[in-house]
Design a protein around this ligand. Structure first.
Ligand code: A3P
Length: 339
């Protein structure tokens, strides 16, 4: 439906990924070469029949770039500026459903079906419907407006009129911290169990051999849209260094007209420590490893943690990759290198 072509990913790509294989293998969506579980094209087509609403806000990201943080900021601005909403304690995934989630269930530990918490949510809304054709689009259709929709798919896979209809907040993060966070995350969740060191993970990112890749076309396509009135581009690093300034911009973009005082309250409510204390956005056992120390979503929440994880060789390799990929764009090199 997006006009892309689909091809099966090679055996080598599947083997190199070093994690629990997806039941329907992997596909590349061309021309960009997005690498996704084999069920992705079906679910992307389904997105093209979702009826978006004028007041929808989509939080679009490449994974581990600050999605959960932005979901909470946007949801709180729209639904809970007084911090008294009865559903505010629900995990983020329930309040802000993920339109790109279905493909991830295609893994052996889940047997191709949604994890318990998602299945329960679906069954409560649609007691008579089967879950094997995906659930997220249906969950989104039943979500109360204004909806905050999470999405890891890039803008090019969305319906062409997306930005004529809804607002999109895009968050990106420097690739070295994204890689560190992503590696920790995929190593720590039962449904993926990445088995390798950060060097091998980073190489997969650089060679577009990890699901959700390629990273640069995702970010660059968003960067090109940054002046569109319905598109708002945010750097995770700016959100860390001057949260209030970024919240003011989001307030303006969403048209929420919240006072400085309210924004300050929201800033505190969405701080790393505050969000962490309220619990994980997804808490199913199948997701989390037995080890209670294995932190899944709220890990460190800082800029520059790559320095604690990268060898000098890996830093050199990734810096070269960054410089090569920034040659044709005006995205800031100092942001991307995060030195
Ligand atoms: P780290 O693993 O580097 O700590 P996503 O939500 O896209 O999966 O991104 C997860 C990353 O965002 C994690 O990074 C997580 O700690 C960080 N994060 C989540 N909430 C945050 C917050 N309120 N402030 C700062 N960082 C946050």
């Amino acid at each position: 439906m997006s006009g892309h072509k689909v091809e099966q990913a090679s055996e080598e790509v599947v083997k190199n990924m070093k994690m629990i294989p997806f039941l329907h293998g992997l596909v590349r969506i061309l021309p960009e070469g997005w690498l996704y579980p084999g069920t992705a094209p079906t679910f992307i087509d389904r997105i093209h029949s979702v009826k978006f609403r004028r007041d929808d806000v989509m939080v679009m990201t490449f994974p581990k770039c600050g999605t959960t943080w932005m979901q909470e900021i946007v949801w709180t601005m729209l639904h809970n500026p007084n911090l008294d909403h009865p559903k505010a304690d629900q995990p983020t995934f329930q309040r802000c459903p993920d339109i790109s989630f279905d493909m991830i269930f295609d893994t052996k530990p889940l047997g191709g079906l949604p994890m318990d918490s998602v299945a329960k949510m679906f069954e409560e809304i649609y007691p008579d419907r089967k879950m094997d054709n995906g659930v997220m689009a249906d969950i989104i259709e039943a979500t109360e407006s204004p909806r905050v929709i999470k999405n890891h798919f890039p803008i090019s896979l969305m319906p062409r009129d997306t930005l004529d209809t809804i607002k999109v907040v895009y968050v990106t993060r420097n690739p070295k911290d994204m890689t560190t966070s992503f590696w920790r995350f995929f190593s720590s969740v039962n449904v993926h169990e990445f088995r390798g060191d950060i060097d091998s993970f980073a190489r997969l990112i650089m060679e577009d051999g990890m699901i959700y890749c390629p990273y640069w076309p995702h970010v660059k396509a968003a960067w090109e849209k940054r002046h569109h009135p319905n598109f708002h581009f945010v750097f995770y690093e700016d959100l860390i260094s001057d949260s209030m300034q970024e919240l003011r911009k989001i307030n303006k973009f969403l048209g929420t007209q919240l006072s400085e005082e309210k924004l300050e309250t929201i800033m505190r409510h969405t701080s790393f420590s505050s969000m962490k204390s309220r619990g994980e956005p997804l808490s199913d056992d199948v997701f989390k490893k037995e080890n209670p120390k294995s932190v899944v979503f709220f890990r460190k929440g800082i800029v520059g943690d790559w320095k604690n994880n990268f060898s000098p060789e890996l830093q050199k390799e990734m810096d070269q990759w960054i410089k090569k990929n920034l040659a044709d764009t005006d995205l800031s090199l100092s942001w991307a290198l995060a030195q």
